[in-house]
Design a binder for this molecule. Structure first.
Ligand code: AMP
Ligand code: MG
Length: 326
């Protein structure tokens, strides 16, 4: 697979179109409206719109492929949510003219919860809480064949392109192909650069990145680990898989995700890690769980065989795994 493969071309078109929809929703008041799903995580107009668009593009190009995706249209179709459905239709129609309500619900439902030998893992908006707060979020899509991620693509519409200009232009598209490296593309087109992780080999000089949400990771444990390794730089808290991009760009050498004490047995979802992990790996990083096991995307929607996640620049990986042993 190379950057001209139909998979890559389709994935870029799908993600870019979805990303534009998300940014439009964010800029409008509509971004504030959300439905609480049964697990109480907020899901917005943009989540649904993004999933509808990406599923439509993928299914159109690859009708036989499975897409494992976070959302379905069950809640959205309820009469109580008719206003939200109308808004989703409005935004999807702007991206794909002529989209009907029924069509977009059927596109959302191309999403399945069962993995296959070859499947796409999609998080239409990763970090919905960040999206609602106006912080970081990502649209993440990966192609997995026989358990191995072949392609990862992620849009981070609110992420600065250049670390030296954090208030400068925003909107990054990350793309990784197995064996071919990782690149960052300006989402508006144009500028492209290949990515590589930091070369730091002294853990005390490293920056750790972690979730913003305290329920998603054990911040206290991360803090203790930082102290143990004499890390004095403040931890960089960021929503979504943008953290993988930050490691791939060399801005943080470590991304820690030790399960939070509020949910110590939490099993990570494949769509939260498939795209991000190949982006960090292809930039030279290493990704495992906290016991050093490789992430297994073949068990189903949950990564049943893994516990937490550790991402590093590779050089520091064994040191971190050792320090994690208490
Ligand atoms: P982040 O922005 O890195 O905190 O990750 C956001 C993702 O965390 C969401 O997409 C959820 O699927 C996932 N999530 C939800 N609950 C938990 C939990 N208890 N532990 C870890 N991740 C979680
Ligand atoms: Mg997510």
């Amino acid at each position: 697979m190379d950057k001209h493969s139909p998979e890559v071309v389709t994935a870029i078109r799908a993600i870019t179109t979805a990303s534009n929809l998300c940014q439009k929703v964010r800029m409008d008041l509509a971004g504030r409206e959300s439905i609480l799903k049964s697990d109480r995580s907020p899901v917005t107009i943009a989540d649904y719109g993004s999933q509808a668009i990406i599923c439509k593009f993928i299914k159109q190009a690859f009708p036989r492929d499975t897409i494992v995706a976070e959302e379905d249209s069950k809640e959205l179709r309820k009469p109580v949510h008719s206003k939200i459905l109308k808004q989703v239709t409005y935004y999807v129609d702007k991206s794909i003219p002529g989209s009907s309500t029924e069509a977009l619900c059927s596109w959302i439902d191309f999403g399945s919860k069962v993995v296959a030998d070859r499947f796409w893992a999609l998080d239409p908006i990763d970090g919905t809480k960040g999206f609602l707060r106006g912080d970081q979020y990502a649209i993440a899509l990966a192609l997995i064949e026989n358990g191995f991620t072949k392609l990862g693509i992620m849009a981070c519409p609110n992420l600065y392109l250049d670390k030296d200009r954090p208030d400068g232009k925003k909107g990054c598209l990350f793309l990784a192909l197995r064996g071919k490296g990782s690149v960052q593309i300006d989402i508006d087109g144009g500028q492209q650069r290949s990515l590589s992780v930091s070369r730091i080999n002294d853990p005390s000089e490293a920056t750790i990145t972690e979730s913003v949400e305290p329920d998603h990771a054990d911040h206290l444990f991360h803090q203790r680990l930082a102290k143990k390794l004499n890390i004095s730089k403040p931890r960089l808290q960021m929503d979504s898989q943008a953290k993988y991009g930050i490691v791939a760009r060399g801005e943080a050498a470590i991304y820690l995700r030790v399960p939070s004490p509020s949910e110590p047995n939490y099993k990570e979802k494949i769509w939260d890690h498939a795209a991000g992990s190949i982006i960090a790996e292809e930039a030279g990083g290493r990704v495992t769980d906290i016991f050093g096991h490789g992430l297994d995307f073949s068990c189903g929607i949950k990564m049943e065989k893994n516990h937490g996640v550790v991402v590093t620049n590779g050089i520091l990986h064994d040191v971190i795994l050792e320090a994690l042993k208490v």
